[in-house]
Design a binder for this molecule. Structure first.
Ligand code: PLP
Length: 383
């Protein structure tokens, strides 16, 4: 008789699902919904990247590639990492269908039943699910009381880790807070990782989307090269969510170990998509800057709007998300926001941040203003 694995029973469907279902239902009924729950840039993929993908298809790049990726893309990725001061070689890269797959393979490669993995809350929802699927045990360090600042929360992190810790996940710029961790914070992580000899996943998928601050790659710090798995992808910087392209970089045996999982599960990332990835890394400076600048001016507009209405938010330095303090029961608040004001947000409790909701500003200024006005008018936000 068939039944479901104990493993799959450990995880829940994505928390954003309930909200997006409600949004779809309302839209089907003819309502205009302002959707601020999305994690995808609202721009088209840069045209030259799309053209490169088409040209690659026309040129017949439609078969399997070597499992870890085409050499030209791995080289372009290694160059990008070296530009971020990471000692990187093309052989140390696995190209994956999205950063999510890179994270999944890394966690599966490092974590056994009972191994301790530390997350910095609020954290992107899939880290928890991936750790549970691998059988790891979770330790969570809450940065919300520190205004989402890791530098201010280092003592809490120091209290949480030990020689038993196997892995820490760092995500800067952060989804959902938009926090960008400064060098003091990253050096603090380094000191703890070296002291207790644990590995660190550095998820840098929002690294191109920062506002007037520098994003440092964790693997570039002394002592971190051999214990950091750097994760990145093309979804956010190049607005390529549906292309599914990402990668992991690490030194030493991790690549051969994770490479086994990779070859037995996905075989390889899509051939012509990898070719488009080379174009994205090499020839999109202007498009990336245009998108970054648009996100920055939306952030500024929102911060000003919240200040005008007496809503006290932590100003994010990167990504395209902001955490807004709401009622204690953030799920009930988000439910009311969608049903009464037709504005979709994600409850903070999904990320381990009760009392907040996440809004995404991957939406036009006009739609953002409309969404905020509805929340103010409904008495859900502001004084
Ligand atoms: N990491 C973070 C922090 C994210 O927010 C996302 C997407 O939302 C991903 C990884 C996965 O991105 P993708 O699989 O599209 O490359």
């Amino acid at each position: 008789a068939y039944g479901f694995s104990e493993r799959v029973g450990r995880v829940e469907p994505s928390a954003t699902l309930a909200i997006s279902n409600a949004a779809s239902e309302l839209e089907a009924e003819g309502h205009d919904v302002v959707d601020l729950s999305v994690g995808a840039p609202d721009f088209p993929t840069p045209e030259n990247v799309t053209e490169a993908g088409k040209a690659a298809m026309d040129a017949g790049h439609t078969g399997y590639t070597s499992s870890n990726g085409v050499p030209e893309l791995k080289e372009a990725i290694a160059e990008k990492l070296r530009a971020d001061d990471v000692d990187a070689d093309a052989d140390e890269v696995i190209v994956t269908p999205g950063a999510k797959q890179a994270l999944y393979e890394t966690v599966q490669t490092l974590i056994d039943d009972g191994d301790e993995v530390v997350l910095l809350d609020p954290a992107w929802v899939s880290y928890e699910a991936m750790v549970k699927l691998a059988g790891g045990s979770l330790t969570r360090v809450d940065l919300a009381p520190h205004g989402f600042s890791l530098a201010d929360g280092l003592d809490d992190l120091a209290g949480a880790v030990s020689d038993e810790t196997e892995l820490l996940v760092v995500n800067s710029p952060s989804n959902p807070t938009g926090a960008v961790y400064d060098d003091e914070a990253l050096e603090g992580v380094r000191d703890l990782a070296v002291e207790h000899d644990f590995a660190v996943i550095s998820d840098e998928i929002y690294d191109e989307i920062v506002y007037g601050v520098e994003q440092t790659s964790l693997a570039s710090l002394d002592g971190m090269a051999d214990r950091t798995v750097t994760i990145n992808g093309f979804s956010k910087a190049y607005s390529m969510t549906g292309w599914r392209l990402g990668y992991l970089h690490a030194k030493g045996d991790l690549i051969s170990q994770a490479g086994k999982l990779h070859s037995h599960s996905v075989s390889c990332a899509t051939n012509f998509v990898q070719r488009a990835g080379v174009e994205a890394l090499r020839n999109t400076e202007e498009s990336v800057e245009e998108m970054r600048a648009a996100f920055e001016s939306r952030r500024d507009m929102l911060v000003e709007l919240f200040a005008d209405h007496g809503v006290d938010v932590t100003v994010p330095d990167g990504a395209f998300y902001m955490m807004i303090p709401v009622a204690d029961d953030d799920s009930a608040w988000a439910e009311e926001a969608i049903q009464e004001a037709h504005v979709a947000t994600v409850p903070g409790s999904a990320f381990g941040a009760d009392g907040f909701v996440r809004i995404s500003y991957a939406a036009s200024e006009e739609r953002l203003k409309e969404g905020m006005q509805r929340l103010f008018d409904a008495g859900l936000l502001g004084d």
